[in-house]
Design a protein around this ligand. Sequence first.
Ligand SMILES: Nc1ncnc2c1ncn2[C@@H]1O[C@H](COP(=O)(O)OP(=O)(O)O)[C@@H](O)[C@H]1O
Ligand SMILES: [Mg+2]
Length: 293
Amino acid sequence: MSTALQPPVPRPARVGYATCRGVEDVEAMPVLAAFARRGVSAEAVCWNDPAVDWAGYDLVLVRSVWDYVQCRPEFLAWARRVSALTRLANPARVLERNTDKAYLRGLAAAGLPVVPTLWVGPGDPPDAVAAADWPELVVKPTVSSGARDTVRSADRAEALAHVAALTAAGRTAMVQPYLTMVEDEGETSLLYLGGEFSHAVRRGPMLGGGFADVAREPAADQLALAERVLAVAAEPGELLYSRVDLVRLADGTPALIELELTEPRLFLDLCPDGPDRLAAAACALLPRPVAGR
Ligand SMILES: Nc1ncnc2c1ncn2[C@@H]1O[C@H](COP(=O)(O)OP(=O)(O)O)[C@@H](O)[C@H]1O
Ligand SMILES: [Mg+2]
């Protein structure tokens, strides 16, 4: 009988698709199926489920972790913990800087066009908000998603009351002009997978009016701005997925309203190749070969 060592038997790579409890993530099944087509064993797991063995995955894909908004410190601690055990995408340092919209201040300071915003933290006087001559205001917290705790109002007293409620809770408020173009041209989201532009979406407005999200061709100035934003916001190769959300200001120029690098809906339903593109880009991050256990 030979005593020679046998080469290790490769096992299928394993991917954890991080989601959270009580949400309907319509992108999960198509993405898990796209991994399966590549011979990768992928499963959806709740990021805050204490029973999950994160080290057992070759890659953890951060996806529909939408409840982090209520517990950002715990979420970031989880991301750092998982990063020490396996590869996390997007990386923990990206999640850390992207889960507070204060990053928009940094991008504006770097010279990128961002929606005009007044920032009011706890203890800051809201004088600039009272003085702003925008006909309608949007007030939102810096840590939010899905328009949670976001108020649109033409009534200054109502807007100031929401600012006061947010700051009293220790949060920082952002105050912006309400951009009516979200109801006609619509916000444009540009999706990048594995660092490459994949597809774009015309977004339905979330604070009134309403039409469905549909695929759209981005204009040249939108594509150019999205590329500039990504070049400033991340290192080359740092992002597995990104969504650049753009609006147009009154003068018609594009401006950034949000850069989603944490848990964006990727609108894969509006891009037939989307799930395969995401899975292919994720597989490029997997260590190979994975030795058997
Ligand atoms: N200044 C604004 N003008 C018009 N609509 C806005 C404005 N700010 C936010 N909205 C609407 O609210 C939605 C959510 O706001 P956003 O800044 O993208 O934060 P989040 O998606 O993290 O909640 C936007 O997609 C848009 O429909
Ligand atoms: Mg948004």
